[in-house]
Design a protein. Sequence first.
Length: 385
Amino acid sequence: MPASKKSLLKKHETTSSLLPVADTIANFEIRYVQFLNAQAKIVNELPDFANDNDCLLELYRVMKTLQMFDHKVLLLHRMGKIGTYTGTLGQEAVGAGTASCLRNEDVFVPYYRSATDLYVRGVKLHEILLYWGGDERGSNFDDPRLKHDLPIPISIGTQLLHAAGVATAIKLRKQKDRAVLTMTGDGGTSEGDFYEAINIAGAWNLPMVIVINNNQWALSESNTAQTACQTLAQKAIAGGIEGIQVDGNDVIAVKATTQTALEKARNGGGPTLIEAVTYRLCAHTTIDNMDSYVDKQKYNSAAEQEPLIRLKKLLQTRELLDDSKERELELAIKQEIESEVEQFLQTPPPAPGDMFDYLYASLPERVAAQRDEVIQRENPDADIS
Ligand SMILES: Cc1ncc(C[n+]2csc(CCOP(=O)(O)OP(=O)(O)O)c2C)c(N)n1
Ligand SMILES: [Mg+2]
């Protein structure tokens, strides 16, 4: 290559290091929160709720339920009883830690891998199965238990703008003590919607908390392949909002961080972006084969760090859990799962015309005509008036 075509910059030289810079006009840092490390060692003074044994036992029960549910759903899929499901294996602490901070009047805006949060929020496991079995009644958020929450989106990133919209409504109505919690995957932070949402959240000081479930994978695309950022939390800087990284396998850290961020939002302190670093120990969905792209060694070392092991050790140290109590808990969860699965399997399929019920508040004429056609094909004698 001729010398003139070569870059003038030497390795490690940056634009600013080559120019006469007068001053540093902005400084940023990203902090990392952890209380219980992978060896179950307490590395920081615990927040108050972590001294409440019932609270920790409940977090453990929720995580164990979703862990066992994941295995069960995989079997149902292999038996042809369910289409697809986006597992939460390895990521249970992100769901349990975040959702346990929500109050009824808050608004939860899920993404498709929020099953743990939905469960904590009151959605039954059979409803989660119905949704993933293609039955919209599983996502029936007219239910008074969830009257403010939004349904499950499949498009990546859209929910972040919906969450910003809800937070705007809360702000315009001057509703105090109320906030929005939403979630995205790490891949979702590569979407334009993500940047638009954090931008408006910052500009309008919206009462919202965005949690990134950084499970290291966007389907088969590794986290490092899709961003040059050292952390995803630092993306908050672009929106002028606070960004913080948390050990997503430490349920105490996830809960403490979400609780603080939600309190801040409810009190007019504005938005927070929380990156919860975890690892997806299941395939992307039940129809994905991750053996073709996941390094076995990395997977095994991530499995050693998963969230239940360390919480179990803490509970054992406090003499709250032993082998027999663990077996008792597993049995109770197994019964719950079996009965929920039975309810799912016994639910008669929806009538084909029902799919139109969940699209619009009132159907446009063009779509109404399509619905009538579907109903009449199924049942020529049907009254469609
Ligand atoms: C707008 C849009 N683009 C592409 C897809 C296809 N898709 C579904 S899941 C996924 C990966 C998302 O990864 P991430 O945001 O990290 O979430 P995760 O599934 O890991 O929880 C992709 C590309 C989609 N659903 N929506
Ligand atoms: Mg991901």
